[in-house]
Design a protein around this ligand. Structure first.
Ligand code: SF4
Length: 458
C-alpha cells in the first residue's frame, strides 16, 4: 500500500506531537516524533512518504498537489487541539478523495468514541505510536489492535484498550531520511540539521497537568536505540535531540546508552531530564557522551504548588539539580508552567526570581492548559475555568487559555510576556549568550530564535 505520514498544513506554525499541540514559542520546530517512530513501523511493510507541511511551509493547495502526486491509499496524520478546525477540514477533503484516514493527537486522546462519531471521515484514532496498531489497521486486522479507537465496517465504533503500559517495546529503525532535510529548527542545537529520536515512551511520574504521565512507561533496548543512532550517523547527522521525557529515569540503561554514544565519539546532543534524576554519575556520563544541554522541569517556585501537582521534588531539590548540571559544564534550560489556578502577580514574580537565581541559560514558560486525559483538566472543569467541550487550545504562550483564580486571561498573558522580556533582555545575560555560541551558525540561530521569541512577547 502507499501510505502517507502527514503533518497537515495550517495558518500558523503548529507543533503537534506526543499527544500535545501548540504554536511554536519562538521559531523552533523539531521532527514530529509520532511520525518519526511510525516511519519505521509502516515502511517495514508498505511504501511510505512523509509530508511535513509545517517544516516545508506548504499551503493547503501545495499540500493537496503533493498528496495527489503520491496518491496514497491511506493517510496517517497528526492532529492537534491547537489546529483542530483546520485539521478536520483538510483531512475530510482527503477522505472525500477515497483515502483511508487514521490520526493521532491530543484532541483524540479523550472521549475518542465521541470524536469519531462526530467526524465520519476518521477511521482510526491511534492512542500509542510505539506499537504496531497502525500496520494492523492498514491490514484491516482490527481484532489485533491494542490501543486505538476504530470505526468498523458496520459503522460501529470501539475504544480498544489492551496494550501494555509498562515494559519494553521494539520498533523497526525509524526512517529519518524520509523527513525533509531542512525546515526544522531547534533553539538548543549546536549544529543544524539535527535528528530527533526517542528511546523510551511515556513517563513513570504522575504530574497532574501532563499528558505524558498518563501514557505508561516503556523502554527500547539500548541496542535498538544505538542502531537508530548509527542509522542517523549514516545520514551524516551528528546533532541529536533525545525527546525521552526524563533521560536517565532507568539509570543503568541510560549509562549503557551513554557508553554507546561516547564510543561513537562524534555526537552532540540535548535531552530532557529531572533535577532529582540528574545525579553526578549520570551527568558525567551524559557529558562524556556529547550532551551539551539539559532541559529540566522546574514548574514552580512554590513547594506547596509542586506538591499539589505531584511533581515529586521541592524547590531546594531543583536548586541542587541545577548546581550539579552546571558543575558538569552543561547548559541549562528551565521549564516552568505558568497560569495554574493559584497564579497571581506575586507568584509570577517569584518564578522570575527563581529563574534568575538558577542562572538559567534558557527559560521556557509553558502556559497551563487543561490537556486531554489529565487530572488537571478535570480540576479546571470543576473550578469552572474551562468547559468539557473546549477542544481548541494552545500551550505555546501565544494566548492564555485559562484565567486563574486571581488573574483574567489578558492580564495573565501580559504578565507572562513581561517575564520573558525581563529574563532575556538583561544585559549580562545577552553578553553571556554572545560569548557562549560555539560557532557563527549557532550565534545566528540563537539571534533568530531570540528575536522571534521577543516579537511574540511584546
Ligand atoms: S516528569 Fe515531566 S514528562 Fe513526566 S509526568 Fe512530569 S511533567 Fe510529564
Amino acid at each position: 500500500m502507499r501510505v502517507l505520514l502527514l503533518n497537515p498544513p495550517g495558518e500558523r506554525v503548529y507543533i503537534r506531537d506526543y499527544l500535545c499541540s501548540k504554536t511554536t514559542k519562538s521559531n523552533y520546530l523539531f521532527h514530529p516524533i509520532d511520525l518519526v517512530v511510525m516511519s519505521g513501523t509502516v515502511a517495514a511493510e508498505h511504501q511510505v512518504q512523509v509530508l511535513d507541511c509545517m517544516a516545508e511551509s506548504l499551503s493547503i493547495e501545495a499540500a493537496n498537489a503533493r498528496i495527489d502526486a503520491f496518491a496514497p491509499d491511506a493517510i496517517v496524520s497528526l492532529v492537534g487541539a491547537v489546529s483542530w478546525p483546520e485539521d478536520k477540514h483538510f483531512l475530510s477533503t482527503q477522505a472525500a478523495r477515497g483515502r483511508r484516514i487514521a490520526a493521532i493527537g491530543d484532541v483524540l486522546h479523550e472521549h475518542s468514541e465521541k470524536r469519531l462519531a462526530e467526524e465520519p471521515w476518521l477511521e482510526l484514532a491511534l492512542h500509542d505510536f510505539s506499537n504496531a496498531d497502525v500496520v494492523r489497521w492498514l491490514a484491516r486486522d482490527l481484532e489485533a489492535l491494542e490501543e486505538a479507537t476504530v470505526r468498523r465496517a458496520d459503522g460501529s465504533i470501539e475504544r480498544v484498550k489492551r496494550g501494555a503500559k509498562r515494559g519494553s517495546f521494539r520498533v523497526p529503525t525509524p526512517r529519518h531520511e524520509l523527513f525533509p532535510s531542512h525546515g526544522y529548527h531547534f533553539s538548543f542545537a549546536r549544529r543544524e540539521p539535527f535528528a530527533t529520536l526517542l528511546t523510551d515512551y511515556g513517563c513513570p511520574y504522575p504530574c497532574t497537568f501532563c499528558v505524558i504521565g498518563t501514557l505508561g512507561f516503556k523502554t527500547r533496548s539500548v541496542e535498538d536505540a544505538l542502531a537508530e543512532v548509527d542509522h542517523v550517523r549514516s545520514l551524516v547527522l551528528r546533532e541529536l535531540f533525545f525527546l525521552d521525557q526524563t533521560f536517565g529515569v532507568v539509570k543503568k540503561r541510560a549509562l549503557e546508552l551513554c557508553r554507546g554514544l561516547e564510543e561513537r565519539g562524534d555526537l552532540s546532543w540535548t535531552a530532557f531530564t529531572r533535577p532529582d534524576t540528574a545525579d553526578d554519575e549520570l551527568l558525567a556520563a551524559m557529558k562524556r557522551a556529547g550532551c551539551h544541554t539539559v532541559i529540566l522541569g522546574v514548574e514552580s517556585a512554590d513547594d506547596a504548588r509542586l506538591a499539589a501537582y505531584k511533581k515529586g521534588y521541592s524547590v531546594d531539590a531543583v536548586r541542587d539539580g541545577f548546581r550539579r548540571v552546571k558543575r558538569h559544564g552543561l547548559r541549562t534550560v528551565g521549564t516552568f508552567i505558568v497560569g495554574l489556578p493559584e497564579e497571581d502577580a506575586a507568584s509570577l514574580r517569584r518564578t522570575l526570581e527563581l529563574a534568575v537565581e538558577l542562572d538559567l541559560d534558557f527559560l521556557s514558560l509553558n502556559m497551563a492548559v487543561p490537556r486531554f486525559g489529565t487530572a488537571f483538566r478535570r480540576q479546571a472543569i470543576e473550578l469552572g475555568l474551562c468547559d468539557e467541550d473546549d477542544l481548541v487550545m494552545d500551550q505555546g504562550g501565544a494566548d492564555a487559555f485559562l484565567p486563574t483564580k486571581h488573574l483574567e486571561r489578558a492580564e495573565m498573558l501580559q504578565l507572562k510576556k513581561e517575564m520573558v522580556r525581563r529574563f532575556y533582555l538583561r544585559p549580562g545575560y545577552l553578553m553571556r549568550r554572545l560569548r557562549g555560541a560555539a560557532n557563527p551558525g549557532e550565534l545566528a540561530r540563537q539571534a533568530r530564535e531570540g528575536l522571534s521569541l521577543l516579537r511574540r512577547n511584546l
